[in-house]
Design a protein around this ligand. Sequence first.
Ligand SMILES: Nc1ncnc2c1ncn2[C@@H]1O[C@H](COP(=O)(O)OP(=O)(O)OP(=O)(O)O)[C@@H](O)[C@H]1O
Ligand SMILES: [Mg+2]
Length: 451
Amino acid sequence: MKELKPREIVKELDKYIIGQDKAKKSVAIAMRNRWRRQQVKDELKEEIMPNNIILIGPTGVGKTEIARRLAKLAQAPFIKVEASKFTEVGYVGRDVESIIRDLVDLSVSMVKAEKTDAVKEKAELHAEDRLLDLLLPSVRNRNQRGSNFAIDKEVEEKRERTREKLKKSLQEKKLEKRMVELSVPSDSFPMMQIFSPIGIEEMGINIQEIFGGMMPKNIKKRKVAVSEARKMLVQEEAQKLVDMEKVISEAITRVENSGIVFLDEIDKIAGERSKSGPDVSREGVQRDLLPIVEGSSVLTKYGMAKTDHILFIASGAFNVSKPSDLVPELQGRFPIRTELNSLTTQDFFRILTEPENALVKQYIALMKTEGIDLKFNVDAIKEIARISYEVNMRTENIGARRLHTIMTYLLDEILFNAPDIPDKKITITKVRVKNTLKDVVADEDLSRYIL
Ligand SMILES: Nc1ncnc2c1ncn2[C@@H]1O[C@H](COP(=O)(O)OP(=O)(O)OP(=O)(O)O)[C@@H](O)[C@H]1O
Ligand SMILES: [Mg+2]
């Protein structure tokens, strides 16, 4: 796989996110810096620290969307978490170290998938052999009884021929429906939960692995169709061919050198420590985050992972709190601040039409499934954008999310009646938009509830 240049990253993001060029640029630079660091000579390499970023901007302007799209682009272990979901160590809940443990898990499955893919052909051959054995059980037992050698040989040859024929049919997928009996290990090991310093979920799995190995494997016979058996056998064979030890060490190296953590909603853990209520651990979570962002070793079920070079991108609306409400040490660990802009009417118009997942495109595709040809006139879309902006200004500014509410309200009748509409061509005009929305828009109370 090829590393994307910053310009290419921005171009990819442009397909889904309108505007916000500064934010796109800074995440693109940060991504590319990961790769650059990898190319630097050893000693200096250790010194180059990631420049963690905070994306700041009002609600609904694309912060999370940038993270989501970036995750798809990143050819690196990438995890997005909500900062508000964590609790201080000592309280019941998820501690921040679990972020790193999850990232390692993710990386392991990523590397494992790659390695499995690399041995796929070999595994398929092995699986085919085993399928043939299942379809044509061995005659060896009879051989051992020591009967007539000539007859045995004949039987053997005949069997070989049948096997070849079967193999051909198998490859031509003619036997997909045939049933075969397969031994499958049943994973009916009782779940155990144990509280421990490294977190509940972690131990649960470890205990299972430890005792699972000690107890006799529970093998069950199951009858399955050839098509399914093939899948199971390929998987089993691939597992035998992949060296898990190597997978794990590579996975950890990847996390340490190119891992990216996106900390969404970081503003939700900013602010004064309140004396009671669910907020008790806000500042505690921030303090717990410090060592991880700064660089420390985290114990995972695959071994230690160092966090020194993991890139952190935080984001938050910061409408109640400010970045300066974060504990100073944490502020210092996010040297790059990038602001996202509020969206304008013009932005709304583009968001409705341009992105690959644009709402207008979505609704057209949805209606197509009912055989309806839905069309939006350009000035109708402009009107939707204008109304969305206006409602945002008058009630609450929820950014591009407003487009969703306006669109569902606008299309309500059509969405409900679609299967029964005789007229298979529907065009949304400016007049229609105005008429459908005018009552709710005019009435501020109504728009608060409905839009
Ligand atoms: N600039 C944009 N371009 C395209 N779509 C956008 C843009 N901004 C927001 N959207 C759309 O609006 C919705 C909400 O955006 P997103 O989840 O990114 O908000 P956010 O900035 O993370 O807000 P919050 O602070 O509330 O978490 C998404 O469905 C997204 O597709
Ligand atoms: Mg968000």
